[in-house]
Design a protein around this ligand. Structure first.
Ligand code: ZN
Length: 132
């Protein structure tokens, strides 16, 4: 894994959080994108080499909707940039990590992504992502 690509933050009102993070980071949000398959609206900020991804549920029964209901707003996942996501998935499977996605899927911000199951990562939600 090459670097922390982004931190995913679950929020309940993405418009309010966009204006908060624009002030906090002193940089404009460069992309807002809805990922319909995940029922989520995302917004991205660049912070040096890394990014912040805000996530708001568009459906309360989605993963982000459930996370907010159970734990409130906060850090949802850490995403690592990888050179070859298929190889990384195979490497981690051999080490007995459980994958939520056995094969990469399309994510926001022009990425191929896969999530590890928090059961095998001490409760932390980890995302692998590779630029398309
Ligand atoms: Zn992410």
């Amino acid at each position: 894994m090459r670097k922390i690509e982004h931190l995913g933050l679950a929020v309940s009102d993405i418009e309010a959080s966009i204006s908060l993070f624009e002030k906090l980071l002193n940089t404009p949000c460069y992309k807002v994108e809805e990922v319909e398959s995940e029922h989520v609206k995302t917004a991205f900020f660049k912070v040096g080499e890394s990014k912040i991804e805000l996530l708001q549920a568009t459906d309360p029964s989605s993963a982000i909707g459930k996370f907010i209901a159970k734990r409130g707003q906060g850090i949802h996942h850490i995403a690592f940039d990888v050179e070859n996501i298929e190889k990384e998935i195979e490497r981690l499977k051999k080490l007995d990590f459980q994958l939520i996605h056995q094969t990469p899927k399309d994510g926001a911000d022009n990425k191929k992504i896969a999530f590890l199951h928090p059961k095998s990562t001490d409760g932390m939600l980890i995302e692998l992502c590779q630029e398309k």
